[in-house]
Design a protein around this ligand. Structure first.
Ligand code: GLA
Length: 381
């Protein structure tokens, strides 16, 4: 068993470092390879879905950082990090039980999202001359993989040697949610010794299919001290963004952020210009090119917590929780999650890319490997 998982780890890591595949060519700098671990992975029962057990897995490092996740949706339920006084707190929006994550309208708290994160216009796309139809679950468009996306799948979880990493695997059958091809997805969550949560993705297919995987955690670095993220200070190394229509579908243009409320190239409070952005921030920011690099940072002045964000992806959806309305049930400690209670930095390819020939390619073909690495690293200042 151990030998087998060790082999899987080698294969997966090897393929990531090689950068093979349609999305992220070139060598990657691993900022957090040093993942020494002292506490064994803990596993707790977390309820059932369709008669199958759901478990919660806990990773902990020697610096007081803890990450908890469940096999349902690959959901991160907890990221516990110390504030500047050393007091630990959970910096993600979360529920008190599986019922919260299963409730209708759960806005993807902590989930892995696939097969195609974000929107596909009119819930349809073509590959060559074949047209594919998806569930129109968002104003006539497809959002986050459809009615039962990867966020609602039961992933197979295998702790990897060293106790710092969990391998999650899900095979999406041919035709699932309207997508062509059997897609084999693997995600490795690693808690490193230097307080980073590293997320590595690999996927292969047996027919050409669009793919765009992401992680949909909502961060509030104050861990309950601040009801919104409007005072968080964000810096994002993105010189441009993809403007959208009223339904949040890209117009196809890529525009500079300079001189607009969209500009986070220099750090500023999230709330500073938000009133001048219709609906709040819910936009795909575009990096100069897709390469593994630190792309931004988030700072909460109330607790001193800082999070840096690195990704190999060409873009990130910066979403300020605009649709949160305080109505979610089963929230952790009865918290009321109103508008802007948390923010997401969803590493991704651009929304609606299957219908936008000018955007970077998202069609994965048989024999190719989709890869992504994204790192959220925590500290204080
Ligand atoms: C993404 C989208 C938002 C919203 C949330 C989920 O971040 O961009 O518009 O749909 O997911 O509520």
């Amino acid at each position: 068993m151990l030998k087998k998982t060790a082999t899987v780890m080698t294969i997966v890591t090897g393929s990531l470092m090689a950068g093979a595949g349609c999305n992220n060519p070139g060598p990657q700098k691993d900022a957090s390879a040093d993942s020494v671990k002292t506490t064994p992975v803990q596993v707790q029962p977390y309820g059932e879905v369709d008669g199958k057990p759901v478990s919660q897995y806990t990773l902990a490092n020697q610096h007081g950082m803890v990450v908890k996740l469940i096999n349902y949706g690959g959901i991160i339920t907890d990221i516990i990090t110390p504030d500047k006084e050393g007091k630990p707190g959970n910096v993600v929006l979360s529920y008190d039980s599986l019922a919260g994550y299963r409730q209708k309208g759960n806005p993807y708290f902590g989930t892995l999202v696939g097969r195609y994160a974000n929107r596909i216009a009119k819930a349809t796309f073509k590959i060559d001359s074949a047209e594919y139809k998806l569930a129109a679950n968002n104003n006539g468009n497809s959002l986050h993989g459809g009615l039962k996306g990867f966020d609602k799948a039961l992933w197979q979880v295998t702790p990897l040697p060293g106790d710092s990493s969990l391998l999650l695997e899900y095979t999406s059958p041919d035709g699932e949610e309207g997508y062509p091809g059997t897609l084999q997805a693997k995600v490795i969550y690693t808690l490193t010794a230097d307080n980073a949560l590293k997320i590595e993705y690999v996927a292969t297919t047996d027919k050409p299919t669009p793919i765009n995987l992401t992680q949909h955690t909502y961060f509030n670095l104050s861990a309950g001290k601040e009801p919104t993220i409007l005072n968080h200070v964000l810096q994002l190394d993105a010189p441009s963004f993809t403007p959208v229509d009223a339904q949040l579908i890209p117009t196809g243009k890529i525009e500079p952020v300079k001189g607009t409320p969209m500009d986070f190239t220099t750090a500023k409070p999230v709330g500073q210009d938000i009133a001048n952005v219709t609906g709040g921030y819910d936009h795909n920011y575009v990096f100069d090119k897709a390469e593994m690099k630190v792309r931004g940072s988030l700072y909460d002045p109330s607790t001193g917590r800082v999070m840096t964000f690195s990704t190999s992806e060409p873009g990130v959806q910066f979403y300020t929780g605009n649709f949160l309305d305080g109505k979610l049930q089963h929230t952790r400690n009865g918290a009321v999650y109103g508008k802007n209670a948390g923010l997401c930095l969803e590493a991704q390819h651009f929304p609606d890319s299957p219908n936008q020939p000018a955007f970077p390619n998202v069609i994965l073909k048989p024999g190719e490997k989709y890869t992504q690495t994204t790192i959220y690293q925590f500290g204080v200042k």
